[in-house]
Design a protein around this ligand. Structure first.
Ligand code: ZN
Length: 134
């Protein structure tokens, strides 16, 4: 793993939270992107070298809606940048981590992503992402 790629925060209203986080960071988000397959709307902020992703559910049965129902708004996942998703999944499975989606899927911000089950990582939802080369 190379670095933290971004931190994902579950929010009830992307509109309200974009305003709030713009005030916090002193600058607006640089993109909004819907990921239909996940039932989320996302927005991204750059803070120095780091990125923050806000996630809003677009439907009631989306993972983000369920997360907010259970835990309320807050930090949802930590995403790590990897060079080779497939070999990294192999390595982590050997180490006993549970992978939520075996096949990498298209995430926001031009990434292929795989999630690890929080039960196998001390309650932290881990996202691995690999940049899609153009
Ligand atoms: Zn993410």
């Amino acid at each position: 793993m190379n670095k933290i790629e971004h931190i994902g925060i579950a929010v009830k209203s992307l509109k309200n939270s974009n305003e709030l986080f713009s005030k916090l960071f002193g600058k607006p988000h640089y993109k909004v992107e819907e990921v239909k397959t996940e039932g989320v709307n996302t927005s991204f902020f750059k803070v120095g070298e780091n990125k923050i992703e806000l996630l809003e559910a677009t439907k009631k049965d989306s993972p983000i809606a369920k997360f907010i129902d259970k835990k309320g708004e807050g930090i949802h996942h930590i995403a790590f940048d990897v060079d080779d998703l497939v070999s990294e999944i192999k390595r982590l499975k050997k180490e006993g981590f549970k992978v939520l989606n075996e096949t990498p899927k298209k995430g926001a911000d031009n990434k292929l992503v795989v999630f690890l089950h929080p039960k196998s990582s001390n309650g932290v939802l881990i996202e691995l992402c690999q940049e899609i080369k153009k």
